[in-house]
Design a protein around this ligand. Structure first.
Ligand SMILES: Nc1ncnc2c1ncn2[C@@H]1O[C@H](COP(=O)(O)OP(=O)(O)O)[C@@H](O)[C@H]1O
Ligand SMILES: [Mg+2]
Length: 405
């Protein structure tokens, strides 16, 4: 099995550091992003004060256990909830193991750590059924261009961030003509497409530089509108960028433009949920049929594409009613959004989402419901919607199944 985890290791002992560096050479961990640093637990505490948390943190500490507990407490203040922590300590004693694990730490191992000890511990942690809360990844696309897929992706992102209080990233993969920045009245300093010029360099820090948004709960990757060509984008770099976004948020909504390339196919196939938007006409139905056959075949029964009919009542007198479309496609749409040019144009002209432009509007509920139909649940309300919630230790790290060292 190949893992796709981000792992930070903070070492003291030379042997632990060598083991961590050798980890990336192992086939099972070749797709992991592993960062190895010296300085042990103390450095981890300062590091996470201003860096995002990876899936798994391994910290080595050479202090006594009383010190260890207070340092873990400090770490808990800065690490995002739901991440896994393996502690490597100097004391080889089962009572210390029990005490540390009872705090909610995933595992306690004795320093220094061999490569084998490290791989075993990561494998155990990765298979812990109470794993870190995963970030959901939703891909939104249109059966044809102009059907309103981007508009729906934008309003879903707004509803998730503002109505459901979920830390959300909206990634606009229409790298040249994307409108996510414009729609939210944001001006990305650099076009998201530039990130793919040198795929090796893509990391969390780089992506943060491309993000725009005045609210931590909603960050946007888009273009300021420069006429640039982005032809040689490969599937792996897109996958890498989206994986990194998933470490930085609870929900990633990717607006996949109406193109058929390796990377668009990969996004639509691999997303946790794929939403296909279509307008009620014959060409849309033909394209939707093709896309649904292909994507559902690849995604399997449990992850079928969800269909939204947009501008559903645009041609009131034609026979293409939502019920006709669903019987032709053999699928029940999750939403039918009416044709309402005044509302959409007014909001767009103000650089606002419908929920911002209008105090109350029934479409706000429609978009919120659409997000929830993809299985996303409202986040916990904190004092401020902008600050990521920081929980006190020991509730921070998920408690593992009881086991003996
Ligand atoms: N339900 C709707 N009623 C009226 N206009 C809509 C609706 N949905 C989208 N639009 C408009 O349709 C146009 C195309 O939308 P867009 O989201 O850019 O489409 P796509 O991303 O599928 O190419 C935009 O001007 C948008 O405001
Ligand atoms: Mg679009």
């Amino acid at each position: 099995m190949q893992y796709r985890l981000t792992i930070d290791v903070f070492c003291h002992a030379e042997q632990t550091s060598s083991a961590a560096k050798a980890l990336a050479e192992q086939r099972a961990f070749a797709r992991c992003k592993i960062a190895v640093r010296d300085g042990g637990l103390a450095r981890a505490v300062t590091h996470y004060a201003d860096h995002p948390s990876p899936h798994l943190i391994i910290v080595e500490d050479d202090g006594d256990t009383d010190m260890l507990q207070s340092r873990l407490d400090s770490l808990a203040q800065v690490v995002e909830p739901g991440r896994k922590l393996i502690v490597v300590g100097a004391i080889n004693d089962i009572s210390v193991y029990r005490r540390i694990v009872s705090l909610g730490v995933t595992d306690y191992l004795v320093s220094p750590l061999s490569l084998e000890g490290m791989t075993d511990a990561i494998e155990r942690a990765a298979h812990d059924p109470k794993g870190p809360e995963k970030c959901k990844f939703i891909a939104v696309t249109g059966a044809r261009g102009g059907v309103g897929a981007s508009t729906i992706a934008h309003n879903m992102a707004w509803a998730a961030a503002k109505r459901l209080n979920i830390r959300t990233i909206l990634a606009d993969m229409d790298l040249t003509f994307g409108t996510a920045g414009l729609a939210f009245n944001q001006d990305p300093r650099t076009a998201f497409g530039e990130a793919f010029g040198d795929p090796e360099r893509i990391d969390v820090t780089l992506l943060e530089r491309y993000m725009a948004g005045d609210d931590d709960n909603l960050q946007i990757l888009s273009t300021p509108g420069a006429l640039r060509q982005y032809d040689s984008i490969d599937e792996e770099s897109v996958e890498k960028a989206i994986d990194l976004c998933r470490q930085m948020a609870k929900l990633v909504i990717v607006d996949v433009p109406h193109v058929w390339t390796d990377w668009s196919e990969a996004l639509l196939t691999s997303a946790d949920e794929t939403v296909l938007v279509l307008a009620p006409d014959i060409a849309n139905i033909r394209e939707a049929r093709n896309l649904l056959d292909f994507l559902n075949g690849k995604r399997g029964d449990s992850k079928q594409v969800k269909v939204v009919i947009n501008k559903s009542d645009i041609a009131k007198r034609t026979r293409l009613l939502p019920k006709d479309i669903s019987s032709t496609l053999g699928i029940q749409p999750v939403a039918a959004i009416p044709f309402d040019p005044t509302t959409f144009i007014e909001a767009a002209n103000d650089g606002k989402m419908i929920g911002e432009r209008f105090k109350s509007h029934k479409l706000i509920g429609v978009f919120t419901d659409l997000v929830m139909r993809t299985g996303v649940r409202a986040g916990v309300k904190s004092g401020s919607a902008t600050a990521p919630k920081k929980l006190a230790f020991p509730g921070l790290f998920r408690k593992p199944q009881p086991k003996v060292a």
